[in-house]
Design a protein around this ligand. Structure first.
Ligand SMILES: NC(=O)c1ccc[n+]([C@@H]2O[C@H](COP(=O)([O-])OP(=O)(O)OC[C@H]3O[C@@H](n4cnc5c(N)ncnc54)[C@H](OP(=O)(O)O)[C@@H]3O)[C@@H](O)[C@H]2O)c1
Length: 323
């Protein structure tokens, strides 16, 4: 009998500790998501540098940062597009804007660093947002990914970002302050696997580890490095329509700003955070099999679309005699 009582007591104590831990975790999340004041980003420096600033999340973040009075150094691959974005932001928010043209797929790493070092020379750059990214047009088996796309994904998502960070960190070390935001992906943080989008997900896994490690390396030097993890956001990359779980890039970027300078890995958007919580509760084999089927369907749709485009092209190239 005594033994049973002891067992019940131990079980109740363990249960109580688990509940307390869950409650504390939940309260901490509520504090971070809704109540904690955002950092004064201008205190890091008066300029923010943003890659991927010409579209999607990067562009929306550029507008949001300009609305807080930060001057911007925009990085883009297309000179016309980056100039147009600069003009749009300048007109709307009246901040100073400079831009630098870098196609991360075409320019080699050392040249990227050189161009960035030249561009930031003399500017008080306090914040770097690494927003540029490249993904598959649709899900594919790894052997189907053409070499140019493969080269692009590795160069933009992995190499470009690394070389750009390398160029900016020394100036932050000198000032003993700065913040870096890397845009990661739920494909590697929330989900156990991302089949048929493997290469993209793998570059984001690199980014997650890179960000967590350099966060620790530079924390004591006043530099706050963070990976922010979006799930789906409605942009040209995701090709998804806005819905409850898929915010516009503008809505998403507002959430992003609140988290800059805090934890090393964050899911800034409330409904993504809830989605992540629910997804983590599903057993891994079920989630793996669901993701595989989901992307097999997506591949089928993509192939169908490609074949339609090819048919239309061939029709256009066909002489009257072959019709
Ligand atoms: N949207 C989502 O659902 C989602 C989900 C998870 C993670 N993410 C991540 O969030 C980040 C932003 O994605 P997004 O959805 O905003 O994509 P997006 O709308 O396609 O924008 C991507 C940006 O990267 C730039 N870029 C692409 N290739 C480049 C290159 N070779 N050199 C320089 N810049 C280049 C693009 O320039 P152009 O304007 O010239 O094309 C554009 O400004 C990416 O890192 C992505 O992996 C997005």
């Amino acid at each position: 009998m005594e033994c049973v009582d002891f067992f019940l007591e131990i079980t109740a104590t363990i249960g109580f500790i688990c509940v307390c831990k869950a409650v504390i975790k939940f309260l901490k999340w509520v504090w971070m998501m809704f109540l904690r004041p955002p950092k004064q980003l201008k205190e890091y420096g008066s300029w923010a540098m943003i890659t991927g600033s010409t579209d999607g999340i990067g562009k929306a973040m550029a507008f949001e940062l300009a609305s807080k009075g930060l001057n911007l150094l925009l990085v883009g691959r297309n000179p016309q597009k980056v100039e147009a974005t600069s003009n749009e932001i300048r007109e709307k928010h009246g901040v100073e804007i400079k831009f630098v043209v870098i196609d991360m797929q075409k320019v080699d790493g050392k040249e990227i660093t050189k161009r960035v070092e030249e561009a930031i020379d003399g500017l008080d750059v306090g914040l770097l947002v690494n927003g540029a990214g490249l993904a598959y047009p649709y899900a594919k088996f790894f052997h189907e990914v053409d070499k140019e796309l493969m080269d692009g994904i590795i160069k933009v998502n992995l190499e470009g970002l690394t070389w750009i960070t390398k160029a900016v960190v020394p100036t932050m070390i000198k000032k003993k302050k700065g913040a870096i935001v890397n845009i990661g992906s739920g494909s590697t943080v929330v989900l156990p696997s991302y089949p048929l989008v493997s290469l993209y997900a793998a570059t984001k896994a690199y980014l997650a580890m890179f960000s967590r490690c350099i966060n620790l390396e530079y924390k004591d030097q006043g530099i706050d490095i963070q990976i922010q993890v979006p799930l789906y956001v409605s942009t040209k990359m995701s090709k998804m329509k806005r819905s409850i779980f898929v915010p516009s890039s503008e809505t998403y970027s507002k959430a992003c700003l609140r988290w800059i300078g805090y934890e090393k890995m964050v899911v800034p958007y409330l409904l993504h955070s809830l989605q992540g919580f629910l997804l983590r509760a599903i057993p891994e084999p079920s989630l793996d099999s669901y993701m595989l089927n989901y992307f097999l369907q997506s591949r089928k749709r993509g192939l169908l679309k490609d074949s339609k485009v090819l048919r239309i092209k061939n029709k256009g190239n066909c002489s009257p005699s072959c019709k």
